[in-house]
Design a protein around this ligand. Structure first.
Ligand code: CO8
Length: 261
């Protein structure tokens, strides 16, 4: 039940066939405690199961996408309870969603906030965005995949420097480094993210899912295996009615009306 959430807002009407998830813990700069994790994951998985949703946008506030995992909540814990509760592993489920996701990042995306943005498929940043993995300054290391995803996104040199010094990067540096796809003026960020989401949601949903799966496979495997995986999916899309519709619409010089969306 979407109205049962306390730390996030869920809006299914922001743009056609899309859903907007907004982190809503303003007093803590959207720090990611376990409740936020449970609610984001539950809401996202429910949307993932909804056939009428073709893209999910995740955003925070103008000041903070999320200023990291909740330091006050983590502080008292010891190894045994972190291990036995498998602290933060549920966040991995966001990367397993089949529906494409867009992170719209304004302000701080630090630590777990940067990691959460990197769990999404498309990463749009406002010109005020600040990215970093400053965990080392707290005597810890990234714990939601940051050491891996940041390294794959920006390369070892920059990832290593950010993780070892805790230095942050502004939106321009993040774009140059390949972490974000585009920078948008802060006041346009949400509209632009929703426009991207609406565009994606206007495509054939199964084909968009396959495109997402193929691109994500590049993070997981060798080039030969990745190309083989892509080829299998490429052949498979010829079994989707929307291939006939998309190619037919091109030839007939009209907009496509995809059936599966
Ligand atoms: N956790 C808890 N509370 C936070 C956090 C956080 N990460 N960030 C901000 N807050 C709170 C502040 O404590 C403050 O609360 P209060 O008013 O009660 O004191 C409120 O939000 C506002 O913050 P500030 O007053 O600090 O606001 P500023 O504008 O002065 O500063 C900053 C903003 C620079 C973002 C600053 O808040 C900051 O440095 N925050 C921490 C950033 C950080 O270190 N993030 C990494 C956290 S660790 C992590 O994410 C990954 C850990 C992985 C663990 C994995 C376990 C398995």
């Amino acid at each position: 039940r979407t109205d049962a959430y306390e730390t996030i807002l869920v809006d299914r009407a922001a743009a056609p066939r899309t859903a907007l998830l907004t982190l809503n813990r303003p007093k803590a700069l959207n720090a990611l405690n376990l409740q936020v994790m449970r609610e984001v994951v539950a809401a996202a998985e429910e949307l993932d199961r909804s056939p009428d949703i073709g893209c999910i946008v995740l955003t925070g506030s103008a000041r903070a996408f999320a200023a990291g995992a909740d330091i006050k909540e983590m502080r008292p814990h010891g190894y045994m309870d972190m291990y036995l509760s498998d602290w933060f592993t549920a966040w991995d489920r966001l990367a397993q969603l089949r529906t494409p996701t867009v992170a719209a990042v304004s302000g701080y995306a630090l630590g777990g906030g940067c990691e959460l943005a990197m769990l999404c498929d498309v990463l749009l940043a406002s010109d005020t965005a600040v990215f970093g993995q400053p965990e080392i300054k707290l005597g810890v290391i990234p714990g939601i995949g940051g050491s891996q995803r940041l390294t794959r996104a920006v390369g070892k040199a920059k990832a290593m420097e950010l993780c070892l010094t805790g230095r942050t990067m502004d939106a321009a540096e993040a774009e140059r480094a390949g972490l974000v796809s585009r920078i948008v003026p802060a006041e346009d960020l949400l509209a632009e993210a929703l426009a991207v989401a609406e565009t994606v949601a206007g495509m054939s949903l199964p084909v968009a899912m396959m495109a997402k799966e193929a691109v994500n496979r590049a993070f997981e495997t060798t080039l030969t295996e990745g190309v083989r995986f892509e080829r299998r999916l490429f052949h498979a899309v010829f079994a989707v009615a929307d291939q006939k519709e998309g190619m037919g619409a091109f030839v007939e010089k009209r907009p496509p009306e995809f059936r599966h969306r």
